[in-house]
Every structure is written in C-alpha cells, then in structure tokens.
Design a protein around this ligand. Structure first.
Ligand code: TYD
Length: 212
C-alpha cells in the first residue's frame, strides 16, 4: 500500500497460531533493525478496542451478519486512522493480527453471503490492502481444541462450532487463490519455529521495501 512502511497481516481460523507467529516475526524483524508495530483487529486503537468488546463478548447470535460487518468496519476505520496510517507514514512495519480478509471470510462467506456488502464498505471506507498476508491454514478440529483451551471470555466466534470453522478454512483458502500476489498460504500444523522461519523468509524482503 502507499506510504513508506509496510503492512503485513496474519489471517486464519481461530486457534491456528496467528498471534504466536506475529510475535515471532516482530522479534526477527526487530533483530534485523526494523521499527515494528504489533497490532490486532478487531481493536488496535482505543476506540476500536471498545468496539471489540461489543463484538467478541455475549451470545453467538447477538448481532446479524450485517451489523457485524458494520461494527468490524467501524473498528477498522478507527484503527486505520489512529494507528496504521500514522505508523506507515513514519516508515514503520505494521504487523496486524487479522484485517479486512477476516471480514471477507467471516462475514462475507462463512456467516452468510454478504461478500458484496463487505466489498462495497471496504472500498468506500478502508481502501487499503496489506503488502503481504499470511494465511495460517490447519485442520479446524485441531485449531478449535487449541482455541477453546484458551478460554478468554471472548469465545463468541469459536462457539459457532466445527462446521463453521470448516467453512472459514475453505473461505481463507479461496482468498489465497483470489489474491495470490499478496497472500501466502502457510501450513500451520507444524512446529512453531519451522513456520516462523518460512514466514520470515517471505516477510524480510517486503519489510525491506520490495513488493510481495
Ligand atoms: P481474534 O481476536 O483474532 O480471535 P482469535 O485470537 O481467537 O483468532 O478475533 C476475534 C474474533 O473476531 C475471531 O473469531 C474472528 C472474528 N472476526 C470477524 O468475524 N471479522 C473480522 O473482520 C475480524 C477482524 C475478526
């Protein structure tokens, strides 16, 4: 995207290990001398963190897909204004745990058929794509066990069940085919260090200013 820094996002089903891999990449990019910002969605700015609480707590059926799409987009807009754009303008490398691809898959495909609405809102209000996206791919049964084991009080999405997680996995794999230039599909059912090494290989040139 425009700006001197780079935006690198991590995507995948719940429990696939995105947050761990984000931390490991942040560490290795910092060791190489980059100025790195670690952030997440929904959230990543004070206003967006407030919206996050509305989204991740409460009953699974609390919001319709349409309302969720609006709330995630509102959170993303604030995150973009307050955190992402200023960091990129300052030449920093932004590592973000989930971004617009999550809305495309969760709200756009897995929860219903809202992709056209998601795309229109994105074009109108966000209009930014990552320089590089890692899609962590793994068997939903294994990932679900890991996700629920964490029990954070933020389990509204995990509680939608195994069939839902399978649709998500398929949605993310389809997205990797849709945006091959920026998306790297990563086999996440391997030791963390092995995954981290593969991710660093892809990320280092992008952090240094090369296209993905
Ligand atoms: P996250 O904090 O990434 O949860 P986890 O660490 O368990 O993966 O995100 C919270 C939930 O919000 C997660 O289940 C995915 C969902 N989500 C969407 O449905 N749409 C979105 O646009 C985003 C960013 C997240």
């Amino acid at each position: 995207m425009a700006g001197d820094g780079a935006l690198i996002t991590f995507e995948g089903i719940d429990g696939a290990g995105k947050s761990t891999q984000l931390r490991l990449l942040a560490r290795s990019l910092r060791a190489a001398g980059h100025d790195v910002v670690e952030t997440r969605e929904p959230g990543g700015s004070p206003g967006a963190e407030e919206i996050r609480r509305l989204l991740v707590e409460g009953a699974p059926g609390r919001w319709s897909g349409e309302t969720e799409t609006l709330l995630f987009t509102a959170a993303r807009r604030d995150h973009l204004e307050k955190t992402i754009r200023p960091a990129l303008a300052a030449g920093r490398i932004v590592l973000c745990d989930r971004f617009a691809d999550s809305t495309r898959v969760y709200q756009g495909a897995a929860r219903g058929d809202l992709r056209a609405v998601v795309d229109r809102l994105h074009a109108e209000l966000i209009g930014v794509e990552p320089d590089l996206t890692f899609i962590l791919d793994m068997d939903p049964a294994a990932a679900l066990t890991r996700g629920l084991a964490r029990r954070s009080g933020e389990d509204r999405f995990e509680e939608l069940g195994a069939g839902f997680q399978s649709r998500l996995r398929e949605g993310f794999r389809a997205l990797a085919r849709e945006f091959p230039a920026r998306c790297q599909l990563i086999d996440a059912a391997r030791p963390a260090a092995e995954i981290a090494a593969e991710i660093a290989t892809h990320a280092e040139p992008v952090a240094a200013g090369a296209p993905a």
